[in-house]
Design a protein around this ligand. Structure first.
Ligand code: FES
Ligand code: FES
Length: 156
């Protein structure tokens, strides 16, 4: 079946199989490789995307179900070759080691700061609870989210 998705602001049509996940279609058919496959069963958050504005693990969504959905991946945050302030903040705080989890954390951070521009530490921990970092860089990630909130506040 052919489905239509809006991915990072562009409409695309893609043929999908009944058992294919949205993550597989994004990565293997649309070559959008920001979302990563870690666990493949909703535990790690490496595959996090915004799906109609909500944080979703794309490994848990069947591509067929996503027909008509609006999707944002980390690739969609970069505008005119400029990194998004959240991406800059992660770099400035060295909030990654291997980087495998980073796209998921950045997307969850975007969702958090869109709804709460000035989160407390507890708010951040709660919002990012679905994202795991096997390099255990949680302290720097926390700092990066704070820095991102500051940067976005300054830009407003
Ligand atoms: S790969 Fe989707 S939650 Fe781990
Ligand atoms: S930086 Fe390696 S998994 Fe998070």
């Amino acid at each position: 079946m052919t489905i239509t998705l809006n991915v990072n602001g562009k409409n695309v049509q893609v043929d999908v199989q009944p058992n294919e996940t949205l993550l597989d279609v994004l990565r293997n058919k649309l070559y959008i490789t920001g979302p990563k496959e870690g666990c493949g069963n909703g535990e790690c958050g490496a595959c996090t995307i915004l799906y109609n504005g909500k944080v979703v693990n794309s490994c848990l969504v069947l591509a067929l179900e996503a027909d008509g959905a609006e999707i944002l991946t980390i690739e969609g945050l970069t505008k005119d070759g400029r990194l998004h302030p959240i991406q800059e903040a992660f770099i400035e705080e060295n909030a990654f080691q291997c980087g495998f989890c980073t796209p998921g954390f950045v997307i969850s951070t975007k969702a958090l700061l869109d709804r709460n521009p000035n989160p407390s530490n507890e708010d951040i921990i709660e919002a990012l609870a679905g994202n795991l970092c096997r390099c255990t860089g949680y302290q720097t990630i926390l700092k990066a989210v704070k820095r991102a909130a500051e940067k976005l506040g300054v830009e407003k």
